[in-house]
Design a protein around this ligand. Sequence first.
Ligand SMILES: [Zn+2]
Length: 387
Amino acid sequence: MPSYQSYLKRIKSEIQEITPQQVKELLDRPDGTRIIDIREENEYVQGSIPGASWIPRGFLESRIEDAVPRRDAPIVLYCAGGNRSALSARALHELGYTNVKSMSGGWGVWKRSGYPFHVPVVLSADQQVRYSRHTMLPEIGEAGQIKLLESKVLCLGAGGLGSPSALYMAAAGIGTIGMVDDDVVDSSNLQRQILHSTERVGMAKVDSAEKTLRGLNPDVTVNKHPVRMTSENVFEVLAGYDVVVDGADNFPSRYLLNDACLKMGIPVVHSSIFRFEGQITVFPAQGQPCYRCLYPEPPPPDEAPSCQEAGVLGVLPGIMGVLQATEAIKLLVGIGEPLSGRLLIYDALRTKFRELKLRRDPKCPTCGDGVDRSKIELIDYVQFCTR
Ligand SMILES: [Zn+2]
């Protein structure tokens, strides 16, 4: 019967080892090698090598095929001191992996050498339960959920579109949701604005939204912006947000948002609704196309639809707002194909979706050829449609 020490010595003679310095060189010049941290959670949360995947030793064999499907892919395993990773390298060899190395000296030597590391965010036990239906999707996983928790989304408007989009984004665990609205809850809102309720008539919409969203998910921080966006405050309001969900009900806000987000490089998930029809598209961070490619200038006030008088089917903003939340989550996690360059039109009466291709207009005043975005002047168009 061999002792542990002699067994370990034999295993190390049979596998390949790599020094922390060589791993550091891989970080500086990536060649596709996958670095996998196999330590336990209490070790991992203290710090890990940037870019490393985390698969605790106990799950290595069961999860490696999902993480690294190709058996000939180069893999480096590391643990605290280089012993568990040596044994694990041997286990992966037996699973058919042909290019596995163990980092000698492990995390201890890495840290003492002063090499870079980051302190990872991990889901708490409560969060693992709350977001389990997300994390079991390989496209999202724990890493995607953490991205959502670290994300900041601004909802322009806590009304028909902002209600369903903010509710689903809060449920999804988007960590910070900003709500811009200077209005109070009115009973005529309740036919569609499901963030609010009968007993909150008269309450500021941002306060009502905060109560509903925090009640749904206490992980969410709600930033309240009880203002109307103008060229004076738009940069201050938008600062720090990753994505804007545009539920504005008026032209001046849409143009202001478009121009400011182009300058700041923030993607906008835009939607608008009218009677039984909704439209949605995504204006990507780099613009191209942008809102002005679609509508270069606002319509003259006497031709703009009077929003006050135009009715809207109550569930229509529900559908469009949920589509907006879906696009925002895709942008934040980095999955799927965003709805940019495409305008999706939903006709509720005929239950039909149509899609139009949107192209960048080379003559667009804000994203066209030769336009210097730092020189775009923000415009406060006259408010001709307030609701
Ligand atoms: Zn444009």
